[in-house]
Ligand binder design. Sequence first.
Ligand code: NAI
Length: 332
Amino acid sequence: MSTVRIGVIGAGIMGADHVNTLHCHVSGAVVTMVADIDVERAATVTAGVPGARASGDPHALIGDPEVDAVVIASHDATHAELTVAAVRAGKPVLCEKPLAPTTAECLRVVREERQTGRRLISLGFMRRFDPAYRELKEAIAAGGCGAPLLSHCVSRGVSSAPGATDELSVTGSAVHEFDTVPWLLDSPIEEASWHAARSTGTITGLRDPQLMLLRTADGALATVEVFLNAGYGYDIRCEVVGERGTLALAGPARVITDTAGARSLGHPADWRPRFADAYRLELQAWTDAIVSGGPCSLATAWDGLVASTVAEAVITSMKDGGRSVAVQVPEV
Ligand code: NAI
């Protein structure tokens, strides 16, 4: 196989972005189909991709003979069902995070893949491909700052999506950190607790910001702040405190502006510019693995199950006064 014919499910913000990245920046990838329950939205996205067809039925896309591999970028609640359908069709699938909002659903997906005896599922934990995060991971492993003791992770956005809830802050946003922390520190998360400060008045009923405390198996602590309505911009931070020094992501911008008596660095409006390189590198690695039939370096369904298990422990803590909850990844 020299090119992969890709079908993308979900033509919202992320689906449209993936289609554009695949079409313009990923060699070996051809987008042949886009499906969304809102077929007009799918058609708007395919309008920019010559030869691609739009559909209102994600299952028709999965079964289509001109689709070799599937990207799932529809709402979180649809991920498990659509991923299982792609696995049953024997097609490689890149599912956006989370694999599913609950551990039980993730387990069903992992078991379904195990039955095939093949690695078909990849998870969209794209920070693993972000050049800055990769450099941070390499610097931790190089050991110049000593063994990691603490990490401080911050995810701030301009405003929450309609329908945001306390739980969605965890399963939709903090879940990135539940994959990033063990990947960076090379130790699984064993314990989690959830806390909320006085909330911003922007959205009634939503506890925002939230703070989570994670403990890894080798005894490091991680703080995770998720602040969906921070207002000022999209801002991702990570600092790792080691025994002999600290390492942190630089940013938020590559260019410094000096004007009108002040120095400033811009913030992106959302995640797309911040992680554009990560999405491109992730999609290229996925496409290359399908073309070559070689190993795939993306996060696995198991990684998705582990991250959602941490999310579930955090939500248990949320509903139980912020107590520490053990993270118990189920047997597959
Ligand atoms: P969105 O709300 O803009 O788009 C979702 C689309 O899915 C909508 O067009 C909707 O009509 C469609 N849809 C819903 N159910 C469907 C179904 N059964 N079949 C086909 N289409 C269906 O949402 P957004 O922001 O694009 O997020 C999509 C996914 O990507 C979510 O799972 C989200 O968690 C994930 N995401 C990942 C990010 C990352 O950095 N890796 C960043 C943002 C979102």
